[in-house]
Design a binder for this molecule. Sequence first.
Ligand code: ZN
Ligand code: ZN
Length: 443
Amino acid sequence: MAGSATQRLWCSRAAKADLFIRGARVIDPVSGRDEVLDVLVAKGKIGAVGAGLEAPEGIHVREADGCLLIPGLVDLHAHLREPGGEEAEEIATGTAAAAAGGYVAVFAMANTDPVIDNAGLLEGLAQRARSEAVVPLGFHAAVTVGQKGERLTEMVELSEYGVAAFSDDGVPLPDANTLRRALQYASVTGRHIAVHAEDRSLTRGGVMHEGAVSARLGLGGMPSIAESMEVERALEVAAYEDARLHLCHISTAASLEHLARAKAAGVPVTAEACPHHLVLGDEAVVTLDPNLKMNPPLRSEADRKALVEAVADGIVDCVATDHAPHCPDDKEVPFEEAPFGVTGLETALTVLYDSLVREGRLGMSTLVERMSTAPAAIAGIPAPSIAEGADADLCLFDPDHTWTLDQKTVRSRSWNSPWWGAELRGRPVLTVAAGRIVWDPGA
Ligand SMILES: [Zn+2]
Ligand SMILES: [Zn+2]
């Protein structure tokens, strides 16, 4: 069904870029390109793409030998903590982290304080984004007022204001009837409902995935079925209503089986997986590093492998970070007491390239499709593409650049990352978003 208004993004307005990128390997799933080319960016648009192009006189030339030039990434799932959690993150720092990670569009979740559940609050945030957002920022609005699971928000009015979708992420919806009514109203607006699938009666007291590792460590477990049962139920409701459902942070093999079956049956469902679930398993938790604690938790190795396969074959449509900053005071506590959530915007492409593409498990073009083209389509915005005439939304990635996410390099206000302090290989070295240079650490 057609939407009642388009999905909107807001950002601050720096000068449009003029730039000549020479000799990068251009990988663009939209145009199907994968070859070494030169790219001219003129007044913020892709002016020319070709081999052996002449750089216009006086333009800044970027030598990009050995680098990959890809459409900029789109994140459907980030917690930017504004309003109410500015000690952990705000629009300015969260979107700066996104720029450093190669992202050209980010969609913030609504579980802020207060919750983003009305047009007045959204209007204030859009205003903030217009002055503070480094990359274009869109918003989710809550499904229920205050995320209390009772009254639905004014979805038509919120859509008219440009929200991308509706989600109570952070908490699960309380019952099937709330999801059913939400799907009915959201479908009128052309938006989807993004669901955090978790049966809290099964996860209460849990701090990590329930399995051999939790038993060994003596930690409370969060069983796989707490997710997969809710996934199955949400899929049944979406099938019954024939309405668009999006599954956040899918992490278990059983969830993937339900998802594959629903897709085969034509249910209008999309799903995302997070970098940490694709790269790490619950064995990593033996260090008791609180930066490995998130919800859903790191799963078994079998789950992780199934997830990688599902991203490769498209059963999982896209990668989303679930970037969830927490200020250091909250995270520098014993594992059991730490809050759930890890940051991800600055490391997503790096760790996925390193563990999936470099290891031959996933083609780079497929990874870019899952991190850029697919999430753009789900959000209802044009897909970034390195094609003449398009807005310059691109990321130059140096696969051999080694770096460390630390106090010197971090752009997020928080550093609760599984990769904090680790030496990483591969890094975005230039990001152009909406025609503006938003990340250029070498400049
Ligand atoms: Zn969630
Ligand atoms: Zn989340």
